[in-house]
Design a protein around this ligand. Structure first.
Ligand code: NAP
Length: 291
């Protein structure tokens, strides 16, 4: 069993970006600028946004964090998005999800200029991705593809089972793995909460992507010998022995599943850092496209 080390792979990508940014600076060119909007003070969202802002600083991007109160109206949030759309210095906009219940994710995502939609959630970018056109690919599936590429994991002709069909992870993941690219060219099965006998599908998988948000859902009896297992899940579980008061759990029972795998991602240190690296790549791409 070998570890798909997302931390190492993300560092390699971010080091390359850092060199590119240094060159932009030397040439007096514009450096990439990511603007993030955080509504409210959800603990996990705070952590994710802080990690994105930190990554920007590490690669030399400019970043702006806009904090808005949890009770802000949808209209005011849309105004904030519009201001960023109209700001020529901003290359990438992300609105950290989930949003408070009184605000429609869909309305907010649709308000982002598709050319600045570095999260790749806007329908225009989703459509382009489906057609295999160059576009912003959602950061988590994009990061997983970069991880497979980094470790030269053979995907052609393999059977991939994706558990979860969300718009931000499972569904785009299934599109990317089935596309005529490398990595890609998998035969893909997508499972969700209404799928019967998930275990039987998983047992046929050469590659499992677990993205359902249920801690340790994938157990050793669901995984065939030699499978590649990608664990996207992150759930915070209370743990009073830790300073933070919680521990992170993936969707895979790592201890018992790992010995059966050829490759597996840890949680934390697997998909999480790759998501951020992919976001940095998307932001760099946006800046290059405009300048
Ligand atoms: P989500 O929107 O809640 O979607 C979960 C998906 O899993 C849904 O399609 C749901 O099916 C399916 N599902 C739920 N229970 C199931 C079950 N018992 N059996 C089979 N399928 C089941 O979640 P998400 O945003 O995709 O995120 C999934 C996990 O990844 C979460 O833990 C999240 O925190 C994590 N995540 C991590 C990163 C990262 O950077 N590492 C990024 C994004 C998300 P239905 O459609 O039928 O409801």
């Amino acid at each position: 069993m070998q570890i798909l080390d997302g931390k190492k792979a993300a560092q390699a990508i971010q080091s390359e970006l850092k060199i590119e940014v240094a060159e932009l600076n030397v040439d007096g060119k514009k450096i990439p600028h990511l603007a993030a909007i955080l509504v409210g003070n959800n603990g996990a969202s705070e952590t994710y946004v802080a990690a994105k802002v930190k990554a920007c600083a590490e690669v030399g991007f400019k970043s702006t964090l806009i904090r808005l109160d949890a009770d802000i109206s949808e209209m005011k949030l849309l105004d904030a998005v519009e201001n960023l759309n109209n700001d020529p210095d901003v290359d990438g906009i992300l609105v950290q999800l989930p949003l408070p219940k009184h605000i429609s994710d869909e309305n907010v995502i649709n308000a982002i200029d598709p050319d600045k939609d570095v999260d790749g959630f806007h329908p225009v970018n989703v459509g382009k991705m489906l057609q295999g056109m160059p576009t912003f690919v959602p950061a988590t599936p994009h990061g997983i593809m970069l991880l497979l590429e980094h470790y030269k994991i053979e995907t052609k002709g393999k059977h991939a089972v994706v558990v979860g069909r969300s718009n931000i992870v499972g569904r785009p993941m299934s599109v990317l793995l089935s596309s005529n690219t490398n990595p890609g060219n998998c035969t893909v099965t997508i499972c969700h909460s209404q799928t019967k006998n998930i275990k039987e599908f998983c047992l046929q998988a050469d590659i499992i992507v677990a993205a359902l948000g249920k801690p340790e859902f994938v157990t050793a009896d669901m995984v065939k010998e030699g499978a590649v297992v990608i664990d996207v899940g992150i759930t915070r579980l209370e743990d009073s022995t830790r300073k933070s008061g919680y521990k992170l759990k993936g969707d895979v029972a790592f201890e018992t599943v790992a010995p059966k795998c050829s490759w597996i991602t840890p949680v934390p240190g697997g998909v999480g850092p790759m998501t951020i690296a992919a976001l940095m790549k998307n932001t760099y791409r946006s800046c290059m496209m405009k300048n």
